[in-house]
Structure formats: structure tokens, C-alpha cells
Design a protein around this ligand. Structure first.
Ligand code: ZN
Length: 140
């Protein structure tokens, strides 16, 4: 079965920045020439995440950051921060829980997302980063 792989990079600005990458993924699926299959959207990095969610400011700027702070508080105690690691133990925990990838089906040459469902990249590290996003397609 044919496969395609595209990569793009994103310069993030700050911790908890949410970036809607749905349009970029949709363009990659359309340009692939594949009509039916699955897409994996993966961010390479252990302090970042990709999720399928509604792209709405209340969620992205408040509800999700508040939930992440409850889950893995910024000023909590992390072994990662002590044993020669850097100061981003909470970033790794948040990334692990949210996940580095989303798998979604596509049909008729476009992602089969819900009406309000978007693909969003979350910067979880404590500083700006350059992120590589891999979109791997398998289909026909
Ligand atoms: Zn670290």
C-alpha cells in the first residue's frame, strides 16, 4: 500500500502555546494524491504534544492549561529536575499524558475530523523551541 511522508517545522514562542495545525495536515493529505487511508501526525520531541480537540480559546488558553497544571504542577517536585536533568520535569509528564501523535482516517482526499475537531500542537517546554512535525500517510 502506498505511503507518503511530509515534514514541516514550527517555531514555538512559549510554554503552553497551542498551535492549530489542521490546515497544514489537510493540505498534505490533499497534495498526496491518496484518497483513502490513515494519517499519523507526530511531533518529534518529549516536551511537546499533538492532540485532537476543539480549537476554541476557552479550551486552548484556559481549560487545558488549568488541567495540565493540576496534573503536573509547574512548581512540583520532579526527579528529572534533580538528577542532572533540566527544569522541565512537568513538561515531560504533560507530554507523556497528552501524547506525541494523533492517528486519523482520511477519505475522499481529506481528514475525516468532526465538525469542531482540530489537530492542535501544544508546546509544553519552558522555552521556545523549533518543532518538527511528521505527517505519515498510508493509503491508496
Ligand atoms: Zn528535560
Amino acid at each position: 500500500m502506498p505511503t507518503r511522508r511530509e515534514t514541516f517545522s514550527i517555531e514555538t514562542k512559549e510554554e503552553l502555546q497551542a498551535i492549530d495545525i489542521t490546515d497544514r495536515v489537510t493540505r498534505i493529505v490533499r497534495a498526496s494524491g491518496l484518497k483513502e487511508g490513515i494519517a499519523v501526525v507526530f511531533v518529534a520531541g518529549s516536551t511537546c504534544a499533538v492532540a485532537a480537540t476543539e480549537s476554541e480559546p476557552g479550551l486552548l488558553e484556559s481549560d487545558i492549561p488549568v488541567a495540565l497544571e493540576r496534573l503536573a504542577p509547574h512548581d512540583g517536585r520532579y526527579a528529572h529536575n534533580v538528577g542532572g536533568g533540566d527544569a522541565n520535569g512537568h513538561s515531560h509528564v504533560r507530554s507523556t499524558v497528552l501524547g506525541s501523535s494523533v492517528t486519523l482516517p482520511f477519505g475522499e482526499g481529506k481528514p475525516l475530523l468532526g465538525a469542531w475537531q482540530h489537530i492542535v500542537l501544544f508546546e509544553l517546554d519552558i522555552r521556545s523551541r523549533k518543532r518538527e512535525v511528521v505527517v505519515q500517510l498510508v493509503g491508496e
